[in-house]
Write a protein that binds this ligand. Structure first.
Ligand code: C2E
Length: 352
């Protein structure tokens, strides 16, 4: 996470910083969108931080700084700040609701004890009532006090209902915020942060329960060529296409995520390598079987192919080590000519 830059700076320095951000973005050929501005602000604050390094890597590799890339970086490096702001807002609303409910309950207590006193007084008055008139006065007084307390109870109930609704709305909103922070905007798959957390949890569960777990990494072949030939918008469509096929494959408890620009990862809990291999082969052939068209010109883009690698969790293995082996299997697919699936364990056995 990048060091927090003084983004709320007020005063002449704020203009200086903003100008530096704009100059550097212009020099790098990056559009001054709000997201890019925020990314660059953090990048300047800590050029050696993970965000700074990733931005430098992208620029050095000559990779285009598309909207999709900005969204990915923002999701990876900026969400916590935004999320915590939303959570702070929600906390404030919750605080207000709780105070209001606490006040209403305190008031209800007071009303009830007043009503108790009225009842006690009425009981004493009744005992001493000498005539039907004085009895009627006592009963009238009681009826008035009862109506008052009934109305107060109804008001309290209304207040509690409103609070319950507000808290439910808040919960839904927070759930949406949480989902957004975990979702890749271009593909609607899980983002890398969500994936990393889920993989850690799955690895832990698989070790604990002694169950199988297979991890696959998938990469679009020659993606840069697509981008360079047809433009970034078409490149983004290709990513969406592959994501849509992977998304169909990865119904719960499987999980597919966009792991990097054109790289995806899929977690297969409780499945063995043979089943995963067959599932990935289906995806590979499905993707390669369709010829895409460029929407703006209807040009034929040709077939998109993917390379994949998968590895089965070994005893005591960490998530990072599993990911490393799945990555190696992916590279074996790339080196073997692309448009193929490699199983890490089979490759290892073949090499032995
Ligand atoms: P999208 O453009 O948002 O389309 C979502 C879904 O709507 C597609 O899912 C498909 O089921 C349907 N759809 C949209 N346009 C057409 C169409 O012209 N003909 C037919 N038969 N169905 C259509 P699908 O196929 O899984 O694609 C997911 C995403 O992949 C699309 O999102 C788009 O971003 C990309 N994509 C898929 N095929 C192509 C293509 O031939 N050209 C381009 N440029 N992008 C494509």
């Amino acid at each position: 996470m990048a060091k927090v830059v003084e983004t709320t700076l007020r005063g002449p320095e704020a203009y200086g910083l903003a100008r530096r951000v704009l100059d550097e973005m212009e020099a790098a050929g990056v559009w001054p969108t709000p997201v890019n501005f925020e990314l660059w602000l953090h990048h300047l604050g800590e050029p050696e931080g993970p965000l700074g390094q990733e931005i430098r890597r992208i620029l050095a590799a000559g990779e285009p700084f598309t909207e999709a890339v900005s969204d990915m970086l923002a999701a990876e490096y900026l969400p916590r700040g935004r999320l915590s702001e939303e959570i702070r807002d929600a906390g404030r609303v919750l605080d207000r609701e709780l105070t209001s409910v606490a006040t209403a309950i305190a008031k209800a207590h007071k009303n009830q004890s007043e009503y108790g006193q009225v009842l006690a007084g009425a009981s004493a008055d009744m005992e001493g009532a000498a005539s039907p008139e004085s009895l009627r006065t006592v009963v009238d007084g009681l009826a008035t006090a009862t109506r008052k307390v009934q109305k107060q109870n109804a008001d309290l109930e209304k207040r509690l209902d409103a609070s319950t609704r507000e808290v439910a709305r808040l919960r839904e909103h927070l759930e949406q915020v949480r989902r957004d922070a975990m979702t890749d905007a271009l593909t609607n798959l899980a983002n890398r942060k969500a994936f990393d957390e889920h993989l850690e949890a799955c690895v832990e569960a698989a070790h604990r329960d002694g169950r199988d777990l297979v991890l696959a990494v998938v990469d679009i072949d020659h993606f840069k060529r697509f981008n360079d030939t047809w433009g970034h918008q078409t490149g983004d469509q290709v990513i969406r296409y592959v994501a849509s096929v992977l998304g169909r494959l990865a119904r719960t408890p499987r999980m597919a995520a966009r792991y990097g620009g054109e790289e995806f990862a899929v977690i297969f809990p409780n499945e063995d390598s043979a089943t995963v291999e067959a599932a990935l082969e289906d995806v590979r052939t499905e993707i390669a079987s369709r010829s895409l068209r460029r929407r703006s010109t209807d040009d034929e883009l040709g077939a998109v192919t993917i390379s994949a690698g998968h590895a089965r969790l070994a005893r005591g293995e960490t998530a990072a080590a599993l990911l490393g082996r799945a990555d190696e299997a992916l590279y074996a697919s790339k080196h073997g000519g692309r448009n193929r699936v490699t199983c890490a364990e089979s490759a290892q056995r073949a090499a032995a």
